[in-house]
Design a protein around this ligand. Sequence first.
Ligand SMILES: [Zn+2]
Length: 314
Amino acid sequence: MTSVRLALVLFVVAWLFDVLGLQAVPLWLAFVVALGLELEFFLAARQSRPAATPDRAPQDVDRDELGYGDEADELLLVREAGVEIWVPYSGESDEELDELIQRERGREPVGIVGRARGRPVARLATGVALIAALAAVAWFVDSRSGWNGVDDRARVAAEARFSEEASRIVGRPVEIRCDDAGEHVGAVQHADGVAEVGGTLAYLSPERCYALYRLAFGGHVNGSQTARAIAVLAHESWHLRGVGNEGRTECFALQSGVRLGERLGLSDETARRMMRQQLVENSLRGASSEEYRVPPGCREGGELDIDDGSTRFP
Ligand SMILES: [Zn+2]
C-alpha cells in the first residue's frame, strides 16, 4: 500500500509539472484508481483477518493467555458491542453467570480479532485522507497554472490570434474560443476541440490553447504537445471550412499545420517535422479511433494533396 501511495504522490507531482506529457491523462482518473486500490486493500485485509471458525472454543493458547488453565470446564463466548469476551463456565446459575460476565468485562478485550478489526479501517482512513489532501493540492496548483494561470487580457489576445489563424485557413472570419469551463471539450468527451461543420465557431481544450499560447506568445515548444495543438487548431478550422469526414479533415489539417506552425513561430523545418510526426502517429492509431485515420489518398500527389506544386508531404 505504501508503494501505491508513493506512486500516486509521484504521479500528481509529475502531472502538475507535465512531465512526459502526463497532462494528457485526466488527473481524476489517478485519484479514482488510487481510491479503488485503497478499497481493494481494505476489503482484502478484512477478509484475510482470522475468520469465525466453526469451533468457537478458545484454543489452549487462549486459555493460557486468559489464565484459566483447567479450572473451568468450559469457556463461554459472549459478544458485547463488537468485543468478544470469553467467560469461564462450570455450570453456574444465570445470576452467577451474569456476575462472571460483569467481571470479564473489566478485562482487556482479548484476541487477534479485536485488534485486527481496527487496523484496516485506520489504514483506509489514512489513504482516503491522503488522496483528499493530494486532490486539494492538485486542484489549487492547477487553478493557478496552465491555461487557468493565464490572465484574462492575455487570454483574449490569444483567442483573437487563434481566430485570425483559423480564419486564414477557412477563408472567411471565424471564431476560436478556449473552453475554460470544460463544457464543450475535454478529457471526458475525448476531444481536443469541437467545431460545427461549415459553422463560424470552434472550441479548443484549455491544454491545446495553452500549448498554442506558449508557442505564439513565448516561443515555447513542448514537443508533441505543441505539434498536437497546431494540428487540432488546423483540424477544427477545416471543419469550419465545411469538411465533415474526420480522416479527410485530419489530412488537410496536417498539411495546413505546416504554414500555421510557421506563422506561430516555428521554423519551416520544425513545423514540417512536427506535422509528419503527427501523420505517422495517425497511422499508428488503433481501431478505436478508426474514423480519424487519414484515407489512403493522404500522400504526396494523392487526391487529398492540397499543395500540388510541392513535392513534400505534408
Ligand atoms: Zn474532427
